[in-house]
Ligand binder design. Structure first.
Ligand SMILES: Cc1cc2nc3c(=O)[nH]c(=O)nc-3n(C[C@H](O)[C@H](O)[C@H](O)COP(=O)(O)OP(=O)(O)OC[C@H]3O[C@@H](n4cnc5c(N)ncnc54)[C@H](O)[C@@H]3O)c2cc1C
Length: 368
C-alpha cells in the first residue's frame, strides 16, 4: 500500500505533493491523473503562451520521488480496502487520499466534437494548430474574455457571443463592463453581447449566420464530483471539507476547484476556481494529510489580463452587489469595492498592483 495517493494531476495535485514533502520526507506519493501530461499551470494557456512564452514554461515542479500515473482515470474508491481503481483495471492502495479532480467545462447541447471547451493544454495545442483565421468565442466571462484577447493579439478575427450585456458583466460594474466591451471592439473584436447561439454552424439566436474556422467555448465549469459521489462522500456544490480539508471520510481529503469549504472572512461555504486557491489549499491539504493539520482560512485572490488591462481581486466580485469605485484614472486605474449590508464583500484592483493583502483585510469589515 502506498502512503499518499493524489487523484487529479493539476495545480492542486502538484501543490499537495509539495505540502506532503514539507512534513514527510520519505513517505511514498503517487499522482494519478487523466491527462497524458505531468502537472502544469493552466493560467498561461489563455495568457503567457499567446504572448511568446514557450510551452515548456507551464510544467510545475514536483518534489523528488513522486510517482506519476498519467493518462489514467480513477473510476472508483473502495473506502473499506483503502484503494482506488483506475480505468486500466489497476488498483492503487492509499493511507491518505486527496481528491484534486478540479472541474469539467460546461457543454453546449450541440456541436459535440467541433467546439473546443477551453481548459487543457491539449485545447491550447488544438487552437494553436488552427490554420484558419476566424474564431467564434462563446462566453464573455473570465476565460472567454482572456482567450478572445489572446487570439486577437495573435492576428485572429474574433467574434465573441454571449448573453450578458457586456464583457465580464457578472463581475464588473456596468460602466466598467461597457468600457471594456468598447475597448475590445476598438481592438477589432466583434462583440455580440446579449446574444445566444443556436447551433455550431454558427447561427446566433437572432438568426445571423457566422462563418468560422473554430469555435471556442468558455461557459464555466462544474466541479468534478463523480468519484466522491460514487464513494458516498458528502457532496454539495463540490466535495465538502472541514477546516483541515478532510472530507466526510477522515482518510480522504479534497482541495482546489473541486472542494467546498468554509471561509471565515466571507462567513459562508464557498468553492473557488482560482490559482491561488489551488496552490495554497493544495499545500495545506498535503500538510494535513502528512499529519500536520493545517487550518485553511486563507482568502484566495485571483487575477486576469485583458489586452493592456490587468487586475487582481479578492472576495465576491458580483456585479449585483452595490459597488463604489475610486478611480485614479477613470476605467484605467482604480479600486472598486463590492458592498453588502454596509460591509465590504469584494475588492477589484484594476491596473492597481501590490495591494492584495490590504484588500484582503477589508473583506468583512464595515465600509467607511
Ligand atoms: C485557461 C485557463 C486560464 C485560467 N486563468 C486563471 C487566472 O488567470 N487566474 C486564476 O486565479 N485562475 C485561473 N484559472 C483557474 C485555475 O487554473 C484553476 O483554479 C486551477 O487550475 C485548479 O486546479 P485543480 O488542480 O484544482 O483542478 P484542475 O486544473 O481542473 O485539474 C484537475 C485534474 O484532475 C484530472 N481528473 C479529474 N477527474 C479525474 C479522475 N477521476 N481521475 C484522474 N484524473 C482526474 C483532470 O483531468 C485535471 O487534469 C484558469 C483556468 C483555465 C482553464
Amino acid at each position: 500500500m502506498g502512503d499518499y495517493l493524489i487523484v487529479g494531476g493539476g495545480m492542486t495535485a502538484a501543490a499537495a505533493a509539495r505540502g506532503i514533502r514539507e512534513v514527510d520526507a520519505t513517505g511514498s506519493i503517487a499522482i494519478l491523473g487523466e491527462e497524458p501530461h505531468r502537472p502544469y499551470a493552466r493560467p498561461p494557456l489563455s495568457k503567457a503562451l499567446w504572448q511568446g512564452k514557450p510551452e515548456e514554461s507551464v510544467w510545475l515542479e514536483l518534489p523528488a520521488g513522486v510517482e506519476l500515473l498519467s493518462g489514467r482515470r480513477a473510476i472508483a474508491i473502495d473506502r473499506k480496502e483503502r484503494r482506488v481503481l483506475d480505468d486500466r483495471g489497476a488498483a492503487h492502495g492509499y493511507r491518505k487520499l486527496l481528491l484534486a479532480t478540479g472541474g469539467l467545462p460546461r457543454r453546449l447541447p450541440y456541436g459535440e466534437g467541433r467546439i473546443i471547451y477551453y481548459r487543457k493544454l491539449d485545447d491550447y495545442r488544438a487552437l494553436r494548430a488552427l490554420k484558419g483565421e476566424r474564431v467564434a468565442v462563446i462566453g464573455g466571462g473570465f476565460i472567454g474574455s482572456e482567450i478572445a484577447a489572446a487570439l486577437a493579439q495573435n492576428g485572429k478575427k474574433v467574434t465573441m457571443i454571449f448573453p450578458d450585456s457586456g464583457i465580464c458583466a457578472r463581475a464588473f460594474p456596468r460602466d466598467l463592463s461597457d468600457f471594456v466591451t468598447d475597448q475590445y471592439r476598438k481592438k477589432g473584436v466583434e462583440v455580440l453581447a446579449g446574444e445566444g447561439v443556436k447551433d455550431a454552424g454558427v447561427t446566433t439566436a437572432s438568426g445571423r449566420r457566422i462563418e468560422v474556422d473554430a469555435i471556442v467555448a468558455g461557459i464555466g465549469i462544474a466541479p468534478n464530483v463523480d468519484l466522491a459521489r460514487q464513494a458516498g462522500l458528502q457532496v454539495s456544490d463540490g466535495v465538502e471539507v472541514d477546516e483541515s480539508l478532510r472530507t466526510s471520510d477522515p482518510e480522504i481529503f479534497a482541495a482546489g476547484d473541486v472542494a467546498n469549504f468554509y471561509n471565515p472572512a466571507l462567513g459562508r461555504r464557498v468553492r473557488i476556481e482560482h490559482e491561488d486557491n489551488a496552490n495554497t489549499m493544495g499545500a495545506a491539504a498535503g500538510r494535513s494529510m502528512a499529519g500536520a493539520p493545517t487550518k485553511y482560512t486563507h482568502l484566495p485572490f485571483f487575477y486576469s489580463d485583458l489586452f493592456e488591462f490587468g487586475y487582481e481581486a479578492v472576495g465576491d466580485l458580483d456585479s449585483r452587489l452595490q459597488t463604489e469605485a475610486e478611480w485614479k484614472d477613470p476605467f484605467r486605474e482604480g479600486i472598486i469595492h463590492y458592498l453588502a449590508e454596509g460591509k465590504v464583500r469584494g475588492v477589484l484592483l484594476w491596473n492597481t498592483w501590490g495591494q492584495v493583502d490590504r484588500a484582503r483585510e477589508l473583506i468583512g469589515r464595515p465600509r467607511r
